[in-house]
Design a protein around this ligand. Sequence first.
Ligand SMILES: [Zn+2]
Length: 113
Amino acid sequence: MATRLRDRPPLMVRLWAALGSARFTEDWIDDTTHFVDGYTEGRGHIWINPAPAMADTIIHELLHTMQPAWSEAYVRRTTTYLLRRMTDAEIRQFYEEYLTRRKRRTRRKKVDG
Ligand SMILES: [Zn+2]
């Protein structure tokens, strides 16, 4: 059942408003020692590095295809295990390889679960 707007937590409503007013820049964020997933600069300018979060999702889904019998919890744990053993350069390479291989859909696909 859909949540009615007035039942939403006030913080959620403010979050959507902040999404509408923030300025986003997507780029590699490298502080020379390790990747940064994102940071805020000044008021409302947010830098997002998509590589770490996307690498997590890509590894997770690859493990499902490689090991269909593994439980969701085990896939999550193994994803974290593998990701922590990748260097920033490997995460970047992994993400760049994904960018060259992905196919963008023009219509939304419905997925159960
Ligand atoms: Zn999963």
